[in-house]
Design a protein around this ligand. Structure first.
Ligand code: FAD
Length: 194
């Protein structure tokens, strides 16, 4: 797991850091785990180093509390405006990954060969190992354990993936998507009928 237990710096203060800032497995703030608009490192207080230390302690404690809650991180309401050349944040990476996965599922064969099944299984099982947002990967690993991928055909796979995406949606407080093949095909393959 990537969750960090409170370390010696934690003073049990109430969370005060910008919501959405996340620690990685190394205990340091994790950029790819954090929405860009939430990526606001605390400003050092040059006038008062004691206050600055207290502020850092509170920030660490708040990060720990947010992580320990196991819930998704609530994004700040500001629009996601950033220059083109910026690396992806957790949301851009997520949208791109879901786009790839749902589209690949939508075009997966109705009757896949054993080789196609094996490769799809391998792709899905590699995600918790390789996905760069560590807490996302950790949640996905747990989710896949309780809900093993159904690679038997494109309808089953599209549904399975939709449900896994809904699990993330619910965790992040977003609404669920209708996982019928009509709706997933409309979104990822055919487009609206009119
Ligand atoms: P997204 O959730 O990225 O969805 C993109 C589009 O897919 C939507 O606009 C909608 O049209 C469609 N859609 C929505 N739900 C479904 C569904 N169930 N089935 C089919 N289509 C659907 N972010 C975090 O902050 N914390 C996490 O722990 C986290 N874990 C993640 C784990 C994985 C494996 C992935 C791929 C992403 C994860 N993310 C996480 C990112 C998060 O899921 C979103 O991608 C991100 O917040 C951007 O959300 P969005 O509202 O733009 O739409």
């Amino acid at each position: 797991s990537t969750l960090q237990m409170p370390g010696p710096e934690s003073d049990g203060s109430k969370p005060s850091l910008p919501p959405g800032m996340v620690l990685g497995p190394d205990g340091k703030p994790c950029k790819i785990c954090t929405a860009f608009r939430n990526w606001k490192p605390p400003k050092p207080n040059v006038q008062d180093s004691v206050a600055s230390t207290q502020s850092r302690k509170k920030t660490t404690a708040a990060m720990m509390a947010a992580l320990a809650s196991g819930k998704g991180f609530v994004s700040q309401p500001e629009p996601d405006i950033r220059p083109e050349h910026c690396p992806p944040d957790v949301e851009q990476l997520g949208r791109a990954t879901w786009t790839f996965l749902h589209t690949t599922a939508a075009y997966y064969p109705e009757r896949p060969t054993p080789n196609q099944r094996a490769n799809m299984l391998s792709l899905l099982r590699s995600l918790p190992v390789l996905y760069p947002c560590s807490h996302c990967a950790s949640h996905l690993e747990d989710n896949i354990k309780t809900h093993p991928p159904d690679v038997s055909g494109r309808v089953a796979l599209s549904r399975w993936l939709c449900q896994r995406h809904n699990d993330v949606n619910v965790r992040l407080g977003k609404s669920s998507f209708d996982c019928s093949i009509e709706k997933t095909d409309e979104r990822w393959k055919d487009g609206p009928s009119d």
